[in-house]
Design a binder for this molecule. Structure first.
Ligand code: GLP
Length: 266
């Protein structure tokens, strides 16, 4: 794992934007895995700004989002499709047909299972994801793979944990409107990406970050599965890094790295 600790989230987002830009510039058909939540917002903002300045194009790029709620229309302000349109897709030159967010409708298990199979098949047919962006839940979840999800899981229907439902309640007017289910790439799907780039900012993430990096490899902390990934970069701010025990090791490795952040897979 490459651990990059930044003074604040703006610096972290800028480093992440450089990494994404490298893939967009270098590859003929870059395939990006995208995440939602508050964490990647400053990154998407920087990418949109760079596009606006004519420095970055998404024209050749194909995207697959990690997850989507079951039961929300794409125009629902809390849907992840809506989030992506607002924060990135409508602000850059990406071909809308090349953006993929799992479809959480209709809320019929048979149809959703088919959607999940198709999603996996589409990613595989394109040769897999080059760069997968990730956030982390305060309980260590990645995508909507809650604690105790199989570390080998593929895209499927997920039952949200009580904690996640409670956390999300603030975004909905009535508690009965809070989605109970989601479609999510599995941990196995995430681990199949060539490069995983996890961002974590703020002290609310400190415990989960420490468990993911320094704890045992365990389904209790789904993000700890990244310990098995050959090329995972974790960008943290000081607050998210505050529970790490081996900080001097990360600082030493960063100070002595041969490459720029995001290129040092060890
Ligand atoms: C949701 C998403 C995750 C995201 C997490 C953290 O549960 N499904 O992909 O990483 O929230 O969100 P935030 O970045 O807002 O802390």
């Amino acid at each position: 794992m490459e651990i990059v600790i930044c003074p604040d989230r703006d610096k972290g987002a800028a480093i992440a934007a450089d990494i994404v830009a490298r893939y967009l510039d270098r590859l003929q058909q870059p395939i990006l895995g995208l995440a939602t939540g508050s964490t990647p917002k400053p990154l998407y903002h920087l990418l949109a700004e760079r596009h606006h300045r004519g420095e970055l194009s998404f024209r050749r790029c194909i995207t697959f989002n990690l997850d989507e709620y079951v039961g929300l229309t794409p125009t629902h302000p809390q849907s992840y499709r809506y989030y992506m349109q607002q924060h990135l897709f409508d602000r850059v030159d990406i071909d809308p047909n090349k953006t993929h967010v799992p479809d959480g409708l209709p809320a019929d298990p048979a149809v959703l299972r088919e959607t999940c199979r198709d999603y996996e098949a589409k990613i595989a047919a394109l040769g897999g994801i080059h760069l997968q962006l990730l956030g982390i839940g305060a309980n260590g979840h990645i995508g909507f793979n809650e604690p105790m999800s199989s570390l080998a899981s593929r895209t499927g229907i997920r039952t949200l944990s009580r904690q996640t439902i409670t956390d999300n309640a603030r975004f909905f007017q009535r508690s009965e409107d809070v989605p109970r289910y989601a479609i999510s790439m599995g941990i196995g799907t995430i681990l199949a990406a060539e490069h995983c780039l996890l961002l974590a900012f703020g002290d609310r993430k400190a415990r989960a970050v420490a468990a993911a990096i320094e704890g045992p490899l365990t389904a209790r902390c789904p993000a700890s599965a990244l310990q098995m990934h050959p090329y995972a970069t974790l960008i943290l701010d000081e607050a998210a890094a505050s529970d790490l025990q081996c900080r001097p090791e990360y600082d030493w490795a960063a100070a002595n790295a041969l490459g720029t952040p995001g290129t040092n897979n060890f």
